[in-house]
Design a protein around this ligand. Structure first.
Ligand code: DX5
Ligand code: ZN
Length: 215
């Protein structure tokens, strides 16, 4: 599987988004991870479609939009227009899963389903034929800077065994050590917020994460 690194802009300097995006491009980031939080599905509020649209104007790396919102279905068009290339939403959200996937696909975007640490990965099985990626959360969604939950690794192994070819993304607590743990379990798409943006050289950190994911 192709290894992809998706830096999470949640940990970046919001006063200098263009510069932060340039660091990602320079480091060879494969995706840009954009965390959308509504203060309802998760106890935190982040950015919405207008900020993503502004970033899209100054970045050519594909946008990986992670919706942590209660009603993703109603906002799909906004995020497609803003420039999302792949949209992840939570199976635990209030929206109808089938309808939301259809809406993403018919807008010409790739669809992904996300599961929280306590949600069994089998719940995504009925939808796999329409998904480009499954996001297995390795922390409780809502905040950056949390510790990686090793207890989620059996879900990755189980999913990789069932689907040798699908992109499996991990999000939360990914650093130079845990990237190898998740990679060994079968993940191939790695979100990293704090590890990238709190490091002295974000571009170099992206390269290091890619190297370590292969170990
Ligand atoms: C958490 C977000 C993550 C977050 C990861 O709810 O989904 O994308 O930015 O941050 P780190 O890499 O710092 O754990
Ligand atoms: Zn995320």
């Amino acid at each position: 599987m192709e290894i992809k690194i998706s830096p999470s802009m949640l940990a970046s300097d919001y006063a200098n988004l263009q510069t932060e995006l340039e660091k990602c491009e320079k480091g060879g980031a494969d995706l840009i991870h954009l965390d959308v939080m509504d203060g309802h599905f998760v106890p935190n509020i982040s950015i919405g479609a207008p900020v993503i649209a502004a970033m899209k104007k100054v970045c050519t790396v594909p946008f990986d939009v992670h919706l942590m919102i209660s009603d993703p279905y109603s906002y799909i068009d906004d995020f497609v227009k803003a420039g999302a290339d792949i949209i992840s939403f939570h199976i635990e959200s209030d929206s109808d899963t089938d309808k939301t996937i259809d809406k993403i696909l018919s807008a010409g975007c790739k669809a992904a389903l996300a599961v929280k640490p306590a949600t069994p990965v089998e719940e995504v099985y009925p939808y796999l034929d329409r998904l480009s990626m499954v996001l297995v959360m390795t922390v409780e969604p809502g905040f950056g800077g949390q510790s990686f939950m090793h207890s989620t690794m059996p879900k990755i192994r189980q999913l990789r065994e069932k689907c040798p070819d699908i992109d499996i993304q991990v999000d939360g607590g990914i650093n130079t050590d845990t990237v190898s743990v998740a990679g060994e379990a079968g993940a191939n798409v790695f979100v990293a917020g704090s590890a990238v943006f709190k490091s002295e050289d974000p571009a170099m950190m992206i390269k290091t994460l890619k190297t370590n994911a292969r170990r």
